[in-house]
Design a binder for this molecule. Structure first.
Ligand SMILES: [Zn+2]
Length: 115
């Protein structure tokens, strides 16, 4: 497996995620400076929904970024492509579509079920 290619891919993904997180921060109505004080209740509800949705996306993006950073760290440590949980090799097809994966499919599904 070519680590340089994967590393480039991950670095690319990392800067893309960082930009997206930045963008979402700006879009959050709660953080807008010109937020109207004379909001009606409807406005407030819409705003809250917008905030919740953006917040959920932000969490998702931050989680992805964390995974990318972890994967990069694992390249440095020479552990890339090895499942963090069971120590088995992660399927290369999986790494092709999800280069930031640090768990194999089996472990990933177990982690998901638990949470
Ligand atoms: Zn595993």
């Amino acid at each position: 497996m070519n680590y340089t290619t994967i590393k480039n891919k991950l670095e690319e993904l990392k800067s893309k995620l960082e930009k997206e997180i930045d963008l979402y921060k700006k879009e959050d109505p709660y953080l807008l400076e010109d937020r109207s004080i004379s909001n009606t209740l409807d406005d407030d509800i819409t705003e809250t929904e917008g905030h919740d949705r953006i917040y959920a996306t932000q969490i998702q993006l931050t989680e992805n970024l964390r995974q990318v950073q972890e994967a990069l760290k694992r390249i440095e440590e020479g552990k890339y492509g090895i499942c963090k949980r069971c120590g088995q090799k992660i399927n290369s097809g999986r790494l092709g579509v999800m280069p930031q994966a640090v768990l194999c499919i089996n472990c990933q599904s177990k982690v998901r079920q638990r949470s």
